[in-house]
Write a protein that binds this ligand. Sequence first.
Ligand code: B12
Ligand code: SF4
Length: 466
Amino acid sequence: MHAMRLYLINPSNSLVSIVKVKESRWNRYRVWKPLSLMVLAGLTPPEWEISIVDENLGAPDYPAMPRPDLVGITAFTSQANRAYEVATHFRRLGVPVVIGGIHATMCLDEVMERVDSVVTGEAEGIWPQVLEDFRQGSLKRRYDGGLAEINDVPFARHDLLATGYAFGAIQTTRGCPLNCSFCSVTGFNGTHYRQRPIPDVVREFQLIREKHVLVVDDNLIGTRPEHIARAKNLFHAMAQANLRKEWIAQATINFGDDEELLALAAKAGCSGVFIGFESPAPEGLRELGKKFNLLKGRDFRASVRRIQRHNIQVAGSFIIGLDIDEPGIGKRIAEVAREYGMDNLNVLFLTPLPGTRLWDQMKSEGRIALDAFPEDWKYYTLTFPVARYKHLSLDGIIQEMISCDRDFYSMPRILRRVWGNFWRRGKPLITLVSSLSYKSNLRLNCKAYADFKRQRGNRHDYVSGV
Ligand code: B12
Ligand code: SF4
């Protein structure tokens, strides 16, 4: 039996700034590995010869590549268009194409029309069956993996994408009980916080070649006391294993509540944490359903400080375009981010992603402005205003975003943060590099907004202005 050739493809979206490596060399540090495909490869039996193609490193010359037997494509919503282009190319050659991942799960009918087979949900329980059916010549149109048994998550194939990335990637938990209105995670990975066995995580860390690692968990520490206890055990085991890795992760603000947790995280190699603050106003947090951040007596500045004292950088994310947001929100966010003492700030437009509560709400209110699907999915990167916002026009919301970024990433403010970091004996160089990366993208973003307005602007207005 000859080895079967499988291509696993991560389609790119040229509107996503991380892929603009030529325009800004800092972006090189922000191209992340497509872990879904590395996990899928880990589930694939040895008789398959696997190539992972990450278009974020540059789209290959497909016609010049050997013809595969089967193609698997992953796609976030923002990658759907390119996924269909790639699928069309291979289907014309007579190669069957399977798509899976979040977009396929949330927009099943649309995807079904464009490929041979669709896998919804998590792949662990179903992918070997898909491959077996293909071998038998009986590939089905649709499979559903549902939620995987967490112990079935295999080691990702870290050997397959060996070069070109600053960071390796790993996942230690799945699911989130919080179900914020704008987020797809609870809908896709469920409310139950599933935790991989600690020895597996430690062993997999050892397989990663890069010194720096992105832990992709939506919330590495969880929200309940038993989750925090597990995180402590994990960090302890990682420190014991002497991994010699530096890693960054996402967490909720309660990360800053527990000194023991922070000390263990730092000992295990944590160098930065990404926290969703979402809105400077309590009413904003209520609107988004992010009640977790509303804990009475919570002092964000003190929490950020406590984290930084352990030499862990804090990047915060906010959303612009909530119903309560009025002109001036951009400056307000930059001001609050400074008050909290954040090292980096990432602000995104409120975006109705399919499968979220926000999608249902905005759709029923006729507020999804960019709805020529699938073409318009390419703007669902959270970096374009795709909806009709309550008090902010298209021009208005773009201006708010620009003023926020210009304020937070002005050169004097960057230098002040770098200096502060130096005195804290933190990592001034990392602050500088990441700030310059954000700053250099501001210029690219302004150009992207201008193109966006030219192409799609006429479909917009804001709710109070309609
Ligand atoms: C890491 C991450 C990133 C990394 C991406 C690295 C990469 N290329 O994979 C970075 C930081 C670059 C990123 C960027 C963005 N991200 Co992101 N990201 C995540 C995160 C936190 C984890 C993804 C992950 O690696 N999971 C681990 C793997 C193992 O799970 P998985 O991807 O779900 O794959 C499983 C199944 O889906 C399935 N599967 C997946 N693909 C395929 C393919 C086939 C053929 C089959 C059979 C099965 C299958 O099998 C896998 C194993 O079970 C998720 C949240 C989440 N929990 O998924 C958000 C998430 C995917 N991101 C999201 C968004 C919105 C974005 C951005 C658009 C905006 C932004 N600024 O964050 C950008 C756009 C990037 C682009 N190129 O267009 C949304 C996507 C929602 C949607 N409907 O598309 C999510 C769900 C978060 C959210 N808040 O809702 N992201
Ligand atoms: S935004 Fe974060 S906390 Fe809220 S549902 Fe998504 S993963 Fe959970």
